[in-house]
Design a protein around this ligand. Structure first.
Ligand code: 13P
Length: 254
């Protein structure tokens, strides 16, 4: 199976939760619980937590990521952080294009693409998020939406750089709602994304790409979702804040 060729990666997205002192404790606890993990483990934390989280993760198998990055190297961009800043404080990954950024902060496929290019050029690994909203699913245009997002968000990215991109399929209607996509729905859309990547970069690159599912994945439903051929991991919101629950999801990824 091609699934065996790909890295399984479980990533937590803490969103706007955890002060630095809470982060230090949560990373240490998570790292202890996932020390025997068979998959990659990443925690994407608020900017101000990155340094302390990276310190707490040192010598463990937990990697630290950020939740956004700007596309310029420096300048008058109030409130933003550059890729070099994130790397220097210990981030190895960055989430780009999360639906909350797209919904609340005006992120578009164009800025997602720019941010992705800048992050990759600087040496960060990117967790690129995309997915349809409820109205799009109900209108039967999920495949069109995720295909378009995949093409626009990856525009101009080389095959070499693609090796450092993970795509997270996050149906917006399933995020923080307790409504999870069924394993069949997750599989169907992850397979569509993979076929679009195959069209852009060839089958081998598509077969090697880690594609995660995200949206109300938890300790109860992870195993079934992760058993699907095209679901190589998860991007976990709420459940990543509770180390014991997150660890169960990590152990489901084998
Ligand atoms: P929940 O797991 O809380 O639904 O969040 C998913 C998500 O947005 C991860 O990025």
């Amino acid at each position: 199976m091609n699934k065996a060729k790909r890295a399984a990666i479980i990533a937590g997205n803490w969103k706007m939760n955890m002060t630095p002192s809470a982060a230090k404790e949560a990373v240490a606890k998570t790292a202890e619980l996932v020390k025997d993990a068979d998959c990659g483990v990443v925690l994407c934390v608020p900017f101000v937590d990155i340094a302390v989280a990276a310190e707490a993760a040192k010598g463990t198998n937990v990697k630290i990521g950020a939740q956004n990055v700007h596309f310029k190297e420096s300048g008058a961009y109030t409130g933003e952080c550059s890729a070099a800043m994130l790397l220097e404080v210990g981030a190895e990954y960055v989430i780009i294009g999360h639906s909350e950024r797209r919904q609340y902060f005006g992120e578009t496929d164009e800025t997602v693409n720019l941010r992705t290019k800048a992050a990759l050029a600087a040496g960060l690994k990117v967790i690129l998020c995309l997915g349809e909203v409820l109205e799009e699913r109900q209108a039967g245009i999920t495949a069109e939406i995720v295909s378009m997002q995949t093409k626009l968000d990856l525009a101009g990215i080389s095959a070499e750089d693609l090796k450092n991109v993970i795509i997270a399929y996050e149906p917006v209607w399933a995020i923080g709602t307790g409504l999870t996509a069924t394993p069949e729905q997750a599989e169907e859309v992850c397979a569509i994304i993979r076929s679009v990547v195959a069209g852009l970069y060839g089958q081998a690159a598509a077969d090697a790409m880690t594609i995660q599912y995200g949206g109300s994945m938890n300790d109860g439903n992870a195993k079934e979702l992760l058993s699907k051929e095209n679901v190589d991991g998860g991007l976990i919101g709420g459940a990543s804040l509770v180390p014991e629950k997150f660890a169960v999801i990590v152990s489901a990824a084998r």
